[in-house]
Each structure stands twice: as structure tokens, then as C-alpha cells.
Design a protein around this ligand. Structure first.
Ligand code: C5J
Length: 221
């Protein structure tokens, strides 16, 4: 079986069962004026991973392997938005409020779009999710089964929130998860570092971690 050299040990995969999941690389998290900025975060930290994430995506496409994108967003009528999520953090703009990129974190609004640099290709799966994890309230799980995927490489933002939550959800469902350490980012660099260490600790209790170069070498692209 081919492997990707990873921490805490080699990540074994098969060409027919590995795919890339890019979490929430949306304008609302990465550009000024969106949800992330409304919570007082410096979005420039997240912009730094765009070139690496693009290289990772293009590597999977070149290898003919599936690329799946997620978007955190809510229905325009907010029926899938718990009041606690809307009110939490006392943001300058709340979810559903009008902002410079349309209504904050609402499906179909410009802010909820994936950034143009990482735009999905026609035919690539895009999962809209109301929660932090991609399995909650979506058909992500059935799509993974339909595609026959068992090993998932994760990229995107933010490392300790939506990326980690989805990795944990996937782990509990029997998927092997590998985090691309330089294609994920947090508004809090120490949270990113802690998340990577947590994932690989205890002999890989919830997954593996490796750089984009190492992943692409393992895929032979
Ligand atoms: C957050 C996410 N941080 N995509 N969402 O609210 O990590």
C-alpha cells in the first residue's frame, strides 16, 4: 500500500479511496468585512495559506483524486441557526446581518462564496454546512460513502474549529484523517500549533499530520 510520510507514523492510502476536503475557504473568513473580521480577527493570517492550499488542491486534481469543498453558511430565513450561535461573541455584525459582502454567513451571498483563488471546478462536491463539523446537518457522510472514500486529507480554516471538528467527526465514523499542516490556519497561531500536536499525540489518537510537499510526494504528483 502506498504511504505518505506523516506524523506520528506513515499514512497508508489507496488511490481509489483517498480524497481532499477543503474546509470553509470562504470570503467570510478570509476577507475583510466578513464573519471572521466581525469577531475582531485579523484575516491576513488566513490569507497566507492560499498559495499552499491551491498547490494541494491542484495536486489532487492532477492525480485525478476527488476534491471536496465545504462552506459554513445558513439558510436566509435563519431556521438552521441556533440563537446561541447568532449571539455568541457579541460580534460587530451578526450572522444574517447585512455587511459589505452581503448578509453575513448566509448561503448564496457573496461572503459565503469560496475565495476565487480556490474556486471549485465544475463537478467538484461543495457541502454547505450549518455547523462547525461537515457531517452535522448535511449529506457529507452519504457522499463520502458514494465516492468510496476512506482516507481524507484535510485543509482549510480554521484549524481548531471547523477543520478539527470535522476531523474528529470523521475519525469517529472510521475515516483516516491527515491534516495538511501548511494548508490550514487559525486566527490564533498557538491554537493551530496545539491542534496539530493534539491530533498526532497518543500515537495518532485522531489522525495524522504532514506538510503539503510531503503529501504531494506521497501521491507522486
Ligand atoms: C469558525 C470555521 N471559526 N470555519 N468557523 O467559526 O472554523
Amino acid at each position: 500500500m502506498p504511504v505518505i510520510h506523516a506524523r506520528p507514523f506513515d499514512f497508508a492510502f489507496e488511490r481509489g479511496t483517498i480524497g481532499l476536503v477543503v474546509i470553509d475557504m470562504q470570503r467570510d473568513f478570509v476577507e475583510p468585512g466578513g464573519f471572521g473580521a466581525s469577531l475582531g480577527n485579523d484575516v491576513r493570517l488566513l490569507q497566507a495559506i492560499i498559495p499552499t492550499t491551491r498547490r494541494l488542491i491542484e495536486g489532487f486534481r492532477t492525480a485525478g483524486l476527488p476534491v471536496i469543498h465545504t462552506r459554513e453558511c445558513h439558510r436566509p430565513d435563519l431556521t438552521d441557526l441556533p440563537p446561541a450561535k447568532r449571539d455568541r461573541g457579541n460580534p460587530a455584525l451578526r450572522i444574517g446581518d447585512p455587511g459589505p459582502m452581503g448578509r453575513i454567513l448566509i448561503a448564496g451571498q457573496p461572503g459565503a462564496d469560496i475565495i476565487p483563488e480556490l474556486a471549485p471546478l465544475p463537478g467538484e462536491l461543495v457541502i454547505d454546512k450549518p455547523g462547525k463539523g461537515a457531517f452535522y446537518g448535511t449529506d457529507f457522510g452519504p457522499h463520502l460513502q458514494r465516492l468510496g472514500l476512506r482516507q481524507l486529507v484535510f485543509a482549510g480554516v480554521t484549524t481548531e474549529v471547523c477543520v478539527q471538528t470535522t476531523m474528529l467527526e470523521a475519525n469517529d465514523r472510521g475515516y483516516d484523517g491527515l491534516l495538511a499542516t501548511d494548508a490550514t490556519e487559525s486566527y490564533f497561531p498557538h491554537f493551530k500549533a496545539a491542534t496539530i500536536e493534539m491530533i498526532v499525540a497518543q500515537a495518532g489518537i485522531v489522525g495524522w499530520a504532514a506538510s503539503t510537499n510531503t503529501i504531494l510526494e506521497g501521491l507522486h504528483v
